[in-house]
Design a protein around this ligand. Structure first.
Ligand SMILES: [Zn+2]
Length: 194
């Protein structure tokens, strides 16, 4: 059996670097194609993760699916978004399990009103119109039996969101807040844990 020491040294170094990546931090939840925002809030054994992304990043379109190919892409997105354990990976020793999730997308059940009728046309002039298919907001809650062992989160959404190029991530843990930028080549979010 091996015992691993806390990664205090590495984390201290990363905290110093984190402040370099806050340039776009103010535009939390902005609708930008290719970019998404993630916030991670750690409170004792509870880790809450929120994702905000343009739907373009996930399915490539921002309206109700209109053909079989789009139906399949949308269904795949719904399936992925419903399983937080596929989207975020935690330090194994922390023993985190997904305990709750929700998202803003229409699920196709109970949405059969005529609300979508006038949303068929493409936006004119303005960037986008209001549509439940335009932006994704998804929330996940994980419970970790050994939160002191939690030192990183692998953000796996890049493999599900095909058009996603960058994630601005903010981590709040106690009084500490750090921002990090993630890309498909850098998916590990280091946490300000000690
Ligand atoms: Zn858009």
């Amino acid at each position: 059996m091996k015992l691993f020491p806390p990664r205090t040294v590495a984390l201290t170094a990363l905290l110093g670097l984190a402040s370099l990546t806050t340039a776009h931090g103010q535009e939390h939840g902005a609708h930008v194609h290719g970019e998404a925002n993630i916030s991670v809030v750690i409170e004792e054994e509870t880790v809450s993760v929120s994702v905000m992304s343009a739907m373009y990043n996930i399915t490539g379109f921002e309206r109700a699916p209109e053909n079989e190919e789009e139906e399949a892409a949308f269904a795949a997105a719904l399936a992925a978004l419903g399983d937080g354990a596929q989207l975020f990976g935690f330090s194994a020793a922390a023993e985190c399990v997904a305990t709750d999730s929700s998202h803003s997308l229409p699920t196709g059940e109970g949405d059969h009103d005529d609300h979508d009728e006038h949303e068929e046309s493409e936006p004119e002039g303005d960037d986008h119109h209001h549509s439940p298919y335009r932006d994704l907001v998804a929330d996940y809650v994980f419970t970790c039996a050994q939160p002191s062992e939690l030192d990183s989160v692998e953000v796996l959404i890049f493999s599900h969101f095909a058009n996603l190029e960058k994630v601005d991530a903010v981590v709040l843990a106690g009084a500490t807040q750090v921002a990090q930028e993630l890309t498909p080549d850098k998916t590990r979010l280091d946490l300000p844990n000690s």
